[in-house]
Design a protein around this ligand. Structure first.
Ligand code: NAD
Length: 339
């Protein structure tokens, strides 16, 4: 059985990916410092998969410790989710973001080289593109992030490609995520931000469950069909599956590649709110607020390269995403903490 180090495996996308890995015959070994997650997420992964999962509380920047864990479990590959992801916070705390996202990636690569793992799947983001020159974004679109978070993701991408170019890493998959939402259909794992949610969907779900009074919609005067921002939302389970397919590809095709992971369709804030209202049977209180500095009006992915290289395409709909988000939020109104 192929063992895979999963950094940030207790987090939102990491926990869903661990479930998919087990179901496809891989054995995840989680390292997480729990800066934005809870070990309770790992208990839920074990319940869902009916198997124990090895895990360590460790910081990905602790190179010696990570090397030791990789060597102990003889991991052949790593999936690297660990990092900080709040765009707004990254403008206030750029040093923390470069440390976690760039030095973290550097440390992980070093640990892998020391311990003999040479395959890595990396969580990048559509943020690397910046203001659209054309839509949908293809992987060859100009890369010009508009915030420190995006800069850290682009720097980590360059680092990985340079190390792959030197031959030290045999396989590098850079996955540029668009906007993952939803949860495992069981409602047992989901997104549980430690703070006020930065992203639309967990915010909407927390309003529905009574944790927040209303949703602030930033900007209703964009040049879009209903004036609100448009994004390419994809189901987190579809996203998780793509990581397994990237590892599968490493078995027969070597070298670095970069792909977009999105549905190829944009939905506005109001589309998402309406779909969520239908899923939960409640109405969501909303207030319109001014645009946020740096927000892009609309963007979505061209996911055709992911289909060509990985045989992946998003299968689940916005309705599925909202139904599963509500299953998670209604069963866990306070997230994992109350568990
Ligand atoms: N969620 C999104 O919308 C989105 C979009 C594009 C890219 N990404 C990227 O995907 C990855 C996973 O995102 P997520 O939504 O699951 O976020 P998350 O915060 O839920 O998960 C990240 C996990 O990494 C852990 N972590 C952070 N710094 C660490 C460190 N130094 N050492 C060890 N563990 C550490 C956190 O505790 C958390 O469990 C991130 O790299 C993020 O930048 C996320």
């Amino acid at each position: 059985m192929t063992r895979v180090l999963v950094t940030g495996g207790a987090g939102y996308i990491g926990s869903h990916t661990c479930v998919e890995l087990v179901s496809r015959g891989y054995e995840p070994v989680i390292v997480d410092n729990f800066v934005n997650s809870s070990p309770k997420a790992i208990d839920r992964i074990c319940q869902l998969t009916n198997r124990p999962v090895d895990w360590y509380e460790a910081d990905v920047r602790d190179t010696a410790r990570i090397a030791e864990i990789i060597a102990k479990h003889e991991c052949e590959a790593a999936i690297h989710f660990a990092g900080l992801k709040a765009v707004g916070e990254s403008t206030e705390k750029p040093l923390e973001y470069y440390s976690a996202n760039v030095m973290g990636t550097h440390s992980l690569i070093e640990a892998m080289l020391q311990s003999g793992a040479s395959q890595i799947v990396f969580s990048s983001s559509a943020t690397v593109y910046g203001e659209p020159e054309f839509l949908p974004y293809t992987e060859s679109h100009r890369l010009r992030p508009t915030n420190p978070y995006g800069n850290t993701k682009l720097t980590a991408e360059m680092l990985l490609n340079d190390v792959a170019g030197s031959g030290a890493l045999t396989d590098v998959a850079i996955l540029r995520y668009f906007n993952p939402i939803g949860a495992h259909p069981s409602g047992m794992i989901g997104e549980d931000p430690n703070d006020i949610p930065n992203n639309l969907m967990p915010y909407v779900a927390q309003v529905a469950v009574g944790r927040r009074p209303h949703l602030n919609v930033f900007g209703n005067d964009y040049d879009t069909a209903d004036g609100t921002g448009v994004r390419d939302y994809l189901h987190v389970v579809d996203l998780a599956r793509a990581h397994v397919l990237a590892l599968d590809r490493f078995k027969h095709t070597h070298g670095p590649f970069t792909v977009n992971l999105g549905t190829g369709n944009g939905s506005s804030v109001l589309d998402v709110v309406r779909a969520f209202e239908a899923a939960c049977g409640k109405s969501i209180a909303m207030e319109f607020a001014p645009r946020r500095a740096g927000d892009i009006a609309a963007f979505w992915a061209d996911p055709s390269l992911a289909h060509e290289l990985l045989g992946w395409h998003a299968e689940l709909t916005l309705e599925d995403m909202c139904r599963d988000q509500w299953a998670w939020q209604s069963q866990n109104p306070q997230g994992y903490e109350a568990a």
